[in-house]
Design a protein around this ligand. Structure first.
Ligand SMILES: Cc1cc2nc3c(=O)[nH]c(=O)nc-3n(C[C@H](O)[C@H](O)[C@H](O)COP(=O)(O)OP(=O)(O)OC[C@H]3O[C@@H](n4cnc5c(N)ncnc54)[C@H](O)[C@@H]3O)c2cc1C
Ligand SMILES: NC(=O)c1ccc[n+]([C@@H]2O[C@H](COP(=O)([O-])OP(=O)(O)OC[C@H]3O[C@@H](n4cnc5c(N)ncnc54)[C@H](O)[C@@H]3O)[C@@H](O)[C@H]2O)c1
Length: 455
């Protein structure tokens, strides 16, 4: 057993852990980074990158092998950025082993005992596999296996209509598979209902069957013929089954008890600084069980660095987090959803909107389907949904506005090139101010007086 003393020890080399390790090392801290699997974690290897690459490949053509080659190329192209070599180049000591705490200030990983001033747990999450009768006896795929599938499914049945289920449904439909999504509640249920309905309608137009309010009651069959039964006596038969019903935080086998770190099955218990119940140990990313996105893991990494490395106060916010589901049309959101905003602001909340069909660029390019909805409290946007072509790009100024606490006038006052899709944001903000400006009798009277008395 060798022994290493360090300033910061990061467990997990995914989006969260890599952010902390690179930032801390470049600020001059001594860093040990420990990864038991692939560098880059879920996002690079089994999440964001392969899923977006498969969606893009399917939009170009239906060749299964070519699509999977594209997925591989995308991962291989990005991998050097997350690699052991790069992090060693930044000055980190990288251990490729399973880490387990042995006490409040020590852990053990592959024959090395690491003692650190501060630890960051960024062990992420894995697919949650529900306790559905019969599931254990049939072959099924998860996000950890679906991107390596050699044969093209004739009929892919997906349990779960969240972002994973819906994106995988579109990717496989584009590649020529029959696809059925079985959702126990509402598909894309965390999103604005009207926007989600629009996306689901377009997916159905493309031939994807989406069953909602259909909790699965049992699974049976064998490879190549799998029956999925739902409440109400409906049975869907497919050749392959994908389970996409949420995530499970990787809290097990980490020695958290020895470290004095409290957790539930949702993840670590952390405070606003992302400190666990052991003040020297922080949690970032999916392990915290909140919004599970790469950019959130990166953001939390940046927050945790302040107290962990710089000994400065910090506060992780959740009211300015964006997300996007990469369907066609895309569905993007930032900040509070309408029910969340109503719960906070009640009758003070106003919602303004604008349609893609009223945007000149959208008319010119034929992308007229979609809308933007802005929830406004006082004069500040608190939540924005965009559904339409490139919604994930169009949400950017709103992410800035919410993170900086800008007023709506910051958006309506922008001068934008004409004709651009971005003008839709300006139009929605304008729709907030227009009635105040143009239906204001006092203003009209003042203007009339000014015209008469000022030469
Ligand atoms: C199919 C899919 C598509 C997605 N698409 C998007 C998207 O488009 N946009 C987006 O923002 N998010 C997306 N996500 C979510 C995103 O992938 C995660 O939120 C993100 O990867 C979380 O990063 P993390 O660092 O918390 O965890 P991870 O990336 O999971 O990294 C954790 C790392 O810790 C390692 N580890 C675990 N336990 C130990 C241990 N005891 N010792 C050593 N190492 C350990 C693991 O091997 C892993 O490499 C997607 C997820 C999936 C599954
Ligand atoms: N574009 C993106 O940013 C993106 C893409 C994919 C994944 N992700 C991240 O990964 C996380 C996990 O995605 P996910 O889609 O697995 O989880 P999810 O929790 O978002 O959705 C799971 C869905 O499965 C349904 N469900 C649960 N049990 C069921 C059952 N027994 N039968 C039928 N339906 C059932 C739920 O009602 C829910 O709608 C997301 O929350 C997101 O944070 C992000």
């Amino acid at each position: 057993m060798t022994r290493t003393d360090t300033d910061i020890c990061v467990i997990g080399a995914g989006s969260g852990g890599l952010s902390v390790a690179s930032g801390a090392a470049q600020m001059g801290a001594k860093v040990v980074l420990i990864e038991k699997g692939e560098m880059g974690g879920d996002c690079l290897n089994t999440g964001c990158v392969p899923s977006k690459a498969l969606l893009a490949a399917g939009a170009q053509g239906t060749d299964w092998d070519a699509a999977h080659a594209h997925v591989r190329r995308a991962i291989d192209t990005i991998a050097p950025h997350d690699s052991q070599e790069r992090f060693e180049g930044l000055g980190c000591t990288v251990l490729r082993a399973h880490a387990r705490f042995t006490g409040p200030r020590t852990l053990e990983a592959g024959g090395t005992t690491v003692r650190a001033r501060r630890f960051v747990i960024a062990t992420g999450s894995r697919p949650f596999v529900p306790d559905i009768p019969g599931l254990a006896d049939v072959p099924y795929l998860t996000n950890e296996t679906i991107f390596d599938l050699a044969e093209k499914p004739e009929h892919l049945v997906i349990i779960g209509g969240g972002p994973i289920g819906i994106e995988m449904a579109l990717a496989h439909r584009r590649l020529g598979c029959s696809v059925t999504v079985i959702e126990g509640a509402k598909a894309l249920g965390k999103d604005d209902r009207e926007a989600a309905e629009l996306v689901l309608a377009r997916l159905r137009d493309q031939g994807i069957a989406i069953l909602e309010d259909a909790p699965v009651t049992g699974v049976s069959g064998k490879a190549g013929r799998i029956d999925v039964a739902t409440e109400g006596g409906h049975t869907v038969t497919g050749t392959h089954l994908l389970i996409a019903v949420g995530r499970k935080a990787n809290v097990e086998d980490l020695g958290l008890e020895a470290a004095g770190v409290a957790y539930t099955d949702k993840g670590l218990e952390t405070d606003a600084r992302l400190r666990t119940t052991n003040r020297r140990i922080f949690g970032v990313g999916d392990i915290n069980g909140g919004a599970q996105f790469t950019h959130v893991a990166g953001y939390q990494g940046g927050v945790a660095i302040r107290p962990a490395v710089l000994r400065l106060p910090a506060r992780a916010r959740t009211d300015h987090i964006p997300w996007c589901t990469y369907t066609d049309p895309e569905l993007a959101h930032v900040g509070l959803t309408e029910p969340e905003a109503r719960a906070v602001y009640g009758g003070r909340l106003e919602t303004v909107r604008a349609e893609f069909s009223g945007n000149d660029r959208a008319i010119a390019t034929g992308d007229t389907e979609g809308f933007i909805k802005v929830h406004v409290a006082g004069s500040k946007p608190v939540g924005v949904t965009i559904v339409g072509r490139n919604a994930g790009e169009l949400i950017a100024p709103w992410s800035l506005a919410l993170s900086q606490g800008l007023k709506l006038s910051a958006i309506s006052g922008m001068v934008l090139p004409y004709p651009t899709m971005s003008e839709i944001s300006k139009r929605a903000s304008g729709n907030f101010y227009s009635p105040r400006l143009f239906e204001n009798e006092t203003l009209k009277r003042v203007v009339r007086i000014l015209q008469r008395i000022v030469p």
